[in-house]
Design a protein around this ligand. Structure first.
Ligand SMILES: Nc1ncnc2c1ncn2[C@@H]1O[C@H](COP(=O)(O)OP(=O)(O)OP(=O)(O)O)[C@@H](O)[C@H]1O
Ligand SMILES: [Mg+2]
Length: 254
């Protein structure tokens, strides 16, 4: 059964068409990667899926668990189990990492069961400790305001913590590798892998094959000019690393 199905998606920003008929299906348990030159609409796809108000869908559908999610508000989409790790996460001064995560966990549980009383504090402390240790984060981060003054790599770790808290069914990771040093790349990838499983579909957007050595996709797609123009296995990413995008550009133009 297909899980997330994007069909012929067309999206405008400020009246300019950015996505031009993008189709992609992600099944449970699958890991997909999207690569592609700057400005081709990769982040636009991620924002559109989450319902960012600047992105206007003019055509197409996004079916998730049998429902067209384009009809839902962003918070409702999130409650259906879609998670987006942003390319540029925003700071939330006044909300600590711990508070944010606890709210996220409880919101997720309430979405499943409206009667849920929320995670007891000792259990939450255990969750926090385990996941911060997994991501090699100093426990002091729990008390800091979310993303406020965080370094690039610290923000990416915080995103994975949020993913752990929300237990999504589809996770979209937009350039989770950008700004990570070599060790952090491995640690964050291991974090994603630890959360992966037969019930999670993952879409990673990346510029570098390197990330895909850690988060191993079964499917690699190339996006150009607002649509998927080439799909293949992990070897496609290796080929791109070596040969760049020109050969695809020529193929598309031909
Ligand atoms: N608010 C906006 N107003 C006008 N154009 C926009 C706006 N937001 C995005 N765009 C344009 O949409 C295009 C696609 O942007 P997008 O961020 O989706 O690209 P991307 O594939 O993620 O690129 P990168 O690899 O650099 O992250 C770009 O040309 C960008 O300038
Ligand atoms: Mg982008």
């Amino acid at each position: 059964m297909s899980h997330l199905e994007i069909k012929n998606l067309h999206v405008n920003i400020e009246g300019k068409e950015i996505l031009k008929g993008l189709s992609l299906t992600i099944n449970k348990g699958e890991v997909h990667a999207i690569m592609g030159p700057n400005g081709t609409g990769k982040s636009t796809l991620a924002y559109t899926l989450m319902g960012h108000p600047n992105y206007t869908v003019t055509e197409g559908e996004v079916i998730f668990k049998g429902q067209n999610i384009l009809e839902l508000e962003p918070d409702e989409r999130s409650r259906t189990g879609i998670f987006l790790a942003f390319q540029y996460p925003v700071a939330i001064p006044g909300v600590t990492v711990a508070n944010f995560l606890r709210s996220a966990i409880n919101a997720r549980s309430r979405a499943e069961n409206p009667e849920d009383k929320g995670m007891p504090i000792p259990e939450f402390r255990k969750f926090l400790k385990e996941h911060m240790d997994m991501l090699k984060m100093d426990h002091a981060f729990a008390g800091r305001y979310l993303n406020d003054g965080f370094s690039g790599g610290e923000k990416k770790r915080a995103e994975i913590l949020q993913m752990a808290a929300l237990r999504p069914e589809i996770a979209i990771l937009d350039e989770t590798d950008s700004g990570l040093d070599i060790d952090a790349l491995r640690i964050v990838s291991e974090g994603v892998n630890a959360l992966s499983g037969p019930d999670l579909g993952v879409l990673v957007i990346t510029h570098y094959q390197r990330l895909l050595n850690y988060i191993k996709p079964q499917f690699v797609h190339v996006m150009m000019g607002g649509r998927i123009v080439e799909s293949g296995g992990p070897d496609l990413a290796l080929h791109l690393e070596e040969h760049g995008y020109d050969w695809i550009r020529e193929k598309v133009e031909a």
